[in-house]
Write a protein that binds this ligand. Structure first.
Ligand SMILES: O=C(O)C1=C[C@@H](OP(=O)(O)O)[C@@H](O)[C@H](O)C1
Ligand SMILES: C=C(OP(=O)(O)O)C(=O)O
Length: 454
């Protein structure tokens, strides 16, 4: 598959065999972004291994290069970053282009709000539709001069030169990006900045800042605190495989009878393991092996065997812990016996696409009874026997809406489809999982990436 996202690629599924073997999916996207951000503003030279060489993390990396940071690599996931210190970034000569990446633009707004220079951040058509008021609001409370386009959308313009002041900020939504934005701005603020979230979200910012020597507190009321003026000391970061990428294979091996896959070296931070909990509640056969801790993050090999899944009402407290996995969980639900109900997941509507609507549209095209709701979906599963001889999906042509996770989720649906599924707009898969087709085919998928002539 091409990494050039300007080429149009469609995926076409075909007959699969049971999925077997051992594989390592690419590095965690959230940690890859943070590894570059934090090592760039650290004192000294940091080494990163396991870095995700996907378009989103590369957008973050290129923005620090544009701000004068010398970065060697990535070569085979290895980077050497010559940190410039918290006050060493330089004004970029161009607008920073963050492509498709919400994490990049939202974390960078916090990190750059306290710099002495102005900066403008832009993105692709999808990012340009996503809400930025959620970061602009707290940053304004901290005294940042930040401008958004109409309705709080990108581009984002930071004037620079503001002396930030510390705030106490209860985030209105469960969002690690908003929490991280405020904490990173807090690094540049006078006093102690505190953030409290309505539900626990991924804590890679807190863990990785600690690894760089920053003191981060958390009290028993859930307030996370950071004192401004701290410096970061260079360190080495080993990024484990991304559980959000492993999720496609967890569902795939669960729904194809006779499958058994071992997913190696996957990050199992408890703020990310909602996918495992939900699949287990549905009857999935998933076990963790060789659990260990690497660089302050828990890691394991994950063994997944085929199982007859059953429908459940997904507990709402698991929603933020599996927030990126719902597109593929809807595919699992379509193969389960009975009804699966998702509620409390309205955040899915403001991701790279409206993941509730786009998945419901595609599932309906494939013959699945999937009803979107304001904050989730109701999916009536086909069970093991399926609609036709083991199939849970009919074939058809579905849209990814240029959303990487939707494209990969419908590829997983192809494993239990009675006819080929054609998925449009799959060049976007390169944002998080550039070698998806190669690994999927190695495991037993029938999947082809085809260049589309418009
Ligand atoms: O902080 C992060 O790295 C991320 C946080 C989540 O977004 P929200 O903060 O919008 O929930 C998640 O969906 C995204 O893929 C990565
Ligand atoms: C939501 C996602 O990423 P981001 O917000 O960084 O674009 C994702 O990868 O599913």
């Amino acid at each position: 598959m091409s990494k050039n996202t300007s080429e149009k690629i469609k995926f076409v599924t075909s007959a699969a065999r049971p999925l077997t073997g051992e594989l390592r999916v690419p590095g965690d996207k959230s940690m890859s972004h943070r590894s570059v951000m934090f090592s760039s503003i650290a004192d000294g030279t940091s080494h990163v291994t396991g870095f995700l060489q996907g378009a989103d993390a590369m957008a973050t990396l290129n923005s620090f290069r544009a701000m004068g940071v010398e970065i060697e690599g990535p070569v085979n996931g290895e980077l050497t970053v010559h940190g410039v210190g918290v006050d060493g970034l330089k004004q970029p000569q161009i607008d920073i282009d963050l492509g498709n990446s919400g994490t990049s633009i939202r974390l960078l707004s916090g990190l750059l709000a306290g710099q002495s220079f102005p900066v403008a951040m832009v993105g692709d058509a999808s990012l340009s539709r996503r809400p930025m008021g959620r970061v602009a609001d707290p940053l304004r409370l901290m005294n940042a001069d930040i401008e958004t386009a109409e309705a709080g959308r990108p581009p984002l313009k930071l004037k620079g030169g503001a002396q930030l002041k510390a705030i106490d900020y209860p985030t209105p939504m469960a969002s690690a990006q908003v929490k991280s934005c405020v904490l990173l701005a807090g690094l540049y603020a006078d006093g102690v900045t505190r953030v409290k979230e309505p539900a626990i979200t991924r804590d890679h910012t807190e863990r990785m800042l600690s690894a760089f020597g920053v003191e981060i507190g958390k009290d028993d009321q859930g307030w996370i605190s950071i004192e401004g003026g701290q410096r970061l000391s260079a360190c080495d970061i080993d990024v484990p495989a991304d559980i959000s990428s492993a999720a496609f294979f967890m569902v795939a091996a669960s729904i194809v009878p006779g499958s058994e896959l071992l997913l190696q070296h996957v990050g199992i931070n408890p703020t990310r393991t909602g996918i495992i909990d939900i699949l287990q509640l549905m009857g999935g056969d998933i076990t963790l092996e060789n659990q260990r801790e690497i660089g302050g993050e828990p890691v394991a090999d994950i063994r997944v065997k085929a199982a007859q899944l059953k429908g459940i009402h997904i507990p709402e407290h698991l929603v933020p812990l599996a927030i990126d996995e719902f597109p593929v969980l809807f595919v699992a639900a379509a193969c389960a016996e009975g009804e699966t109900i998702l509620t409390g997941a309205e955040e899915l509507r403001v991701k790279e696409s409206d993941r509730i609507q786009v998945m419901a549209d595609g599932l309906q095209i494939l013959g699945v009874d999937a009803q979107p709701t304001a904050d989730g979906m109701v999916v009536r599963g086909a069970g093991l026997s399926g609609t036709v001889s083991g199939g849970a999906f009919g074939g058809g042509r579905v849209m990814s809406d240029h959303d990487h996770r939707i494209a990969m989720s419908f590829s997983v649906a192809g494993l239990r489809s009675t006819a080929p599924i054609e998925i449009d707009g799959c060049e976007i898969v390169a944002t998080s999982f550039p070698n998806f087709v190669e690994l999927a085919c190695k495991a037993g998928f029938g999947l082809q990436a085809v260049e589309e002539n418009e």
